[in-house]
Design a protein around this ligand. Structure first.
Ligand SMILES: C[S@@+](CC[C@H](N)C(=O)[O-])C[C@H]1O[C@@H](n2cnc3c(N)ncnc32)[C@H](O)[C@@H]1O
Length: 416
């Protein structure tokens, strides 16, 4: 079935357009914010319709020619075809609507710290085809899109992409389709390549012999095992005049321009120095940027915790403890025993486990700074804190991901 002349009034986090027709909401693939279009219904659900754009009837005022030649096929960026100021307005709406839906709070004019639009990512993940070519995945499918460059990858990654592809081609043409995926991470001084796939002993021996003197730091990831081919296997990053060791599988924020801004907002919200419990601390780049000392960090990735300890030494901390544990297994008595004044949380997209909210509230913590990459789970968790006597004090967002509908938010909550 075809529906005609529907106007796209919003964009979802996954990039689909939102329209309304005859009392129903329609989610439209490949739609541009602000345009009027005809769409084919793909599925009819109880409260909404899923559809695909057939043709544009009235062009959007916000539309621009996407500067990347792969935009229409590649699933990496979803809103490069609208101007950056409008992208920011859409993200404000995304956060506002999520908060309103979960908490009933209506917050207008949420501030978002803008980023340079392009060349901001210090990390990209690409699919490697059987001949070793580098690809992204197509939107809404698993089809490969061959690329020669990526406009949101930083200069260092972009300048090295050809040379990196020579390596993946060499390996995959000798040992058919051994590399399936490559993650490229760049620091100021180095590039690290994580090659993921199936490598037999011959392939490993070949890679070791040929690439042990490579200028790149190369790791092989085979299932859950990591083999370091050369170098130390990790990168060093410098932010807020501190140095951080970040290993191959540690989390590190991807936007070089915005990382200090993000942690700066959290630091400002936290206020004067205090003893901080940082849940989901990673290798503690965030904790040590937000607080100079007196940190207890909890993180599920054991290797990141080892790096956090090393980072504490590197940066001269005197009062710290880093624990490799699932955050949901921290209990209130631990928080009280450690004399914690404030808590920061920075969970993955799924947000906080319910038990984490309960534990923090039961420990009587007055101040919580929540860093979130997902407005939906952030809003859900704020509501859970509100139900336990907390109030949303401040919210500010930092655009870590231009050309996509992703955005990072920082929230301060305090006990009423
Ligand atoms: C968004 S990252 C934040 C890391 C750190 N705060 C930073 O900015 O570098 C989320 C971190 O949570 C960790 N994590 C995921 N699930 C967890 C859990 N259940 N308990 C503790 N840590 C978890 C991940 O390994 C990851 O390091």
């Amino acid at each position: 079935m075809i529906i005609e002349d529907i106007k796209i009034i919003d964009i979802l986090q996954d990039g689909r357009g939102v329209a309304r027709t005859e009392g129903k909401t329609v989610f439209v693939e490949n739609a541009v914010y602000g345009e009027t279009l005809d769409a084919e219904i793909l599925a009819e659900k109880k409260n909404f319709l899923e559809a695909r754009k057939i043709n544009t009837k009235i062009k959007s005022d916000y539309q621009r020619k996407p500067p990347c030649p792969y935009f229409y096929e590649c699933g990496g960026c979803s809103i490069m075809d609208i101007n950056y100021d409008t992208q920011i307005e859409l993200k404000k709406n995304l956060i506002k609507n999520a908060l309103k839906k979960s908490t009933g709070l209506e917050i207008d004019g949420i501030e978002i710290v803008k980023s340079p639009e392009f060349r901001y990512r210090n990390k990209i993940r690409l699919q490697v085809d059987k001949d070793g070519g580098l690809n992204y995945l197509e939107t809404y499918s698993k089809k490969l899109v061959k690329i020669d460059d990526c406009l949101i990858a930083n200069e260092k990654i972009s300048e090295n992409l050809d040379r990196i592809e020579k390596i993946t081609k060499d390996i995959n043409q000798k040992f058919t389709a051994s590399i399936e995926e490559i993650t490229i991470r760049a620091s100021e001084n180095n590039i690290l390549l994580n090659l993921q796939g199936n490598f037999d002993n011959n392939a490993i021996a070949y890679i070791k012999e040929k690439y042990s003197t490579s200028n790149y730091i190369i790791n092989l990831l085979i299932a859950r095992d990591l083999i370091t081919i050369n170098g130390e296997g990790y990168l060093d990053y410098k932010i807020v005049q501190k140095e951080f060791k970040i290993s191959a599988n540690d989390f590190y924020q991807v936007n070089d321009y915005q990382i200090e801004n993000l942690y700066g907002v959290a630091r400002e919200f936290l206020g004067e120095k205090q003893k901080l419990l940082d849940l989901y601390c990673g290798s503690a780049a965030s904790s040590m940027s937000i607080n100079d000392d007196h940190i207890v960090g909890v993180e599920i990735n054991k290797n990141a915790i080892e790096d956090a300890k090393e980072n504490a030494k590197r940066n001269g901390l005197r009062d710290y403890k880093f624990i490799a544990k699932n955050a949901k297994f921290i209990d209130s008595s631990f928080i009280i025993k450690e004399k914690i004044d404030a808590v920061t949380v920075d969970p993955p997209r799924a947000g906080l486990d319910k038990d984490v909210v309960k534990t923090i509230a039961n420990a009587g913590i007055d101040k919580i700074v929540y860093i979130s990459c997902n407005p939906q789970t952030l809003a859900r968790d704020i509501k859970r804190f509100m139900d336990r006597g907390y109030k949303l004090e401040k919210i500010k967002a930092v655009d870590m991901f231009p050309q996509t509908m992703h955005v990072e938010s920082v929230v301060l909550m305090s006990r009423k």
